[in-house]
Design a protein around this ligand. Structure first.
Ligand SMILES: NC(=O)C1=CN([C@@H]2O[C@H](COP(=O)(O)OP(=O)(O)OC[C@H]3O[C@@H](n4cnc5c(N)ncnc54)[C@H](O)[C@@H]3O)[C@@H](O)[C@H]2O)C=CC1
Ligand code: BAL
Length: 499
């Protein structure tokens, strides 16, 4: 906190920013071929921040061609992994040097608090790039068991030209989760940022050139889902898509792939994540702090947000009291004021959507008010297990509290969702913790805490939350590499029986 600036200082940085507005293709900024632009808006004020290139299918095709040329001539894909590592570490250093500018740009474009941008989004973006860069010259290929007269090598190759389709909730961090392993593996990338938040991806692409990533390897094509995302998903020369966003749009990418070149597809999608608190949980104050963080961090605009609190009856009142006390420690307001923990929702459209869930058919324990892009952290006591707030991903600061009698009922309710991204379970009983963690069908389960893990641990969902590979961890590199088997014949010519 001591390193943070004052609101006035952040506003002065914001006023001096040089916002990137054009697509970044083949090493330089370019307008959309159509000349069209769209407004990117500061959701905290409603002001237009910049006019960004509204690209289309022709821009996508051009970018894919440049990415393919770069991939095939090996200017990046065939470098020694240690050389790619050195460039990516240089990029991480440049991000660090420009951290404050990136944090302010991210906050302005997304409504996220400057506190989070400064303390989480930007530092974790840098750490993620360093982690994958450091890893890449330590992954070994394999030699399989074979007879004396053969060698069978199992080697990884970069998958080729990849499309990275990003959401708006963590514009920098999701960019890093995908470009980290993709670039380290040697792929050429076409990044398609969410249209709400294009700015920081463009700035990172510019810094990547400065760090030494060759032209054509790191491209950013800005525009809407139908105009840029779909042509990318359908392009015959794109080898793979890695997508993060809604389950509905994820499904579309499977369709695009099946109707075009059967490109590989990895999908990281929605969640309706349970925080299960059993009646033997210790330190309810600490549990409450985790539940509040899980539900309201990043305004609940988080695919792994704990949006369903499932609590055993015996401790419900006490836990609820402590939760409400912790929520009061989350001030809401101007994202550029570093005391605030709750900023603006990303867009007017999203704000309107989240407002439809406030209070409807439920007992509002706290919050429930919304104005001009800001939604108060809201806690709802809900008895109807089919209420929309219990079933649907809200992606806003709304926590539904559901009360259960038994451990079995808690686990059954935790699994009563089409999603399976993340979950947490709070208990002091080791067996219940481990059995519960095994029984909950989710890609990440945390015990006695809320968290998504680390660069080193794979992240992704079960059921309709995930498809294909994983982000993060060594496993993320499986998305961006293909396995090839190479057999080498060592037999003597006279042993050959081929006649
Ligand atoms: N899992 C996650 O991290 C995220 C989940 N969501 C969920 O999705 C809901 C809607 O948010 P959206 O921004 O509309 O998410 P979305 O899934 O539509 O957008 C994600 C990305 O897909 C692109 N896209 C959208 N429509 C497309 C299409 N027809 N073809 C190809 N690409 C397309 C977007 O431009 C963006 O880059 C949110 O309320 C939230 O529930 C949204 C963002 C992130
Ligand atoms: N929680 C990080 C991944 C996401 O929300 O998309």
């Amino acid at each position: 906190m001591s390193d943070l600036l004052t609101t006035e200082e952040y506003k002065s940085i914001a006023a001096g920013l040089n916002l990137p507005t054009q697509a970044f293709i083949d090493g330089s900024f370019r307008p959309a071929m159509s000349g069209k632009t769209f407004d990117t808006i500061n959701p905290a004020t409603g002001e237009v921040l910049a006019k960004v290139a509204a690209c289309g299918a022709k821009d996508v095709d051009f970018a894919v061609g440049k990415a393919r040329d770069a991939f095939e001539d090996g200017r990046w894909s065939r470098l020694h992994p240690g050389e790619r590592k050195a460039v990516l570490i240089r990029l991480a250093k440049l991000l660090k040097r420009n951290a404050r500018e990136l944090a302010v740009m991210e906050s302005l474009d997304s409504g996220k608090t400057i506190f989070d941008c400064e303390t989480v989004d930007v530092p974790e973006t840098i750490h993620c790039l360093v982690w994958h860069a450091e890893l890449i010259d330590k992954i070994y290929d394999q030699v399989s068991p074979a007879s004396d007269d053969h060698i069978a090598m199992i080697v990884r190759e970069p998958v080729g030209v990849v499309g990275l389709v990003l959401p708006w909730n963590f514009p920098l961090l999701m960019l890093a989760w995908k470009i980290g392993p993709a670039l380290a593996s040697g792929c050429s990338v076409i990044v398609k940022p969410a249209e709400e938040t294009s700015l920081t991806a463009l700035r990172v692409a510019e810094l990547a050139m400065e760090a030494g990533v060759p032209a054509g390897v790191f491209n950013v094509v800005t525009g809407t889902g139908p105009e840029v995302g779909e042509p990318l998903g359908r392009h015959g020369d794109v080898d793979m898509i890695s997508f993060t966003g809604s389950t509905e749009t994820g499904r579309r990418f499977l369709r695009y792939a099946s109707e075009s070149n059967l490109k590989e597809v990895t999908l990281e999608m929605g969640g309706k994540n349970p925080a299960v608190v059993l009646d033997d949980a210790e330190n309810l104050d600490r549990v409450a702090a985790h539940v509040v963080n899980g539900a309201f961090w990043n305004m609940g605009e988080n695919c792994s947000a704990s949006s369903r609190l499932i609590v055993q009856k015996g401790i419900k009142d006490e836990l609820q009291k402590r939760i409400l006390a912790h929520v009061r420690e989350w001030p809401m307001g101007d994202p550029l004021d570093p005391v605030n923990r709750v900023g603006a929702l990303v867009s007017k459209a999203h704000f309107d959507k989240v407002c439809t869930y406030l209070g409807k058919g439920s007992n509002v324990l706290m919050g429930g008010k919304a104005k001009d892009g800001f939604v108060e952290p809201t806690v709802l006591d809900i008895t109807d297990r089919d209420a929309v707030q219990v079933r649907e991903e809200i992606f806003g600061p709304v926590l539904s509290v559901l009360t259960v009698e038994s451990v079995e009922e808690a686990i059954e309710l935790a699994n009563d969702t089409e999603y399976g991204l993340a979950a947490s379970i709070f208990t002091s009983n080791l067996k219940r913790a481990i059995r519960g963690a095994r029984a909950i069908r989710a890609g990440t389960v945390t015990v006695n805490s809320f968290g998504e893990g680390d660069n080193s641990t794979p992240f992704g969902g079960f059921k309709q939350s995930g498809f294909g590979g994983r982000d993060n961890g060594i496993q993320a590199h499986d998305q961006y590499t293909r396995i090839k088997t190479i057999w080498i014949d060592l037999s003597d010519d006279e042993d050959e029986a081929v006649d």
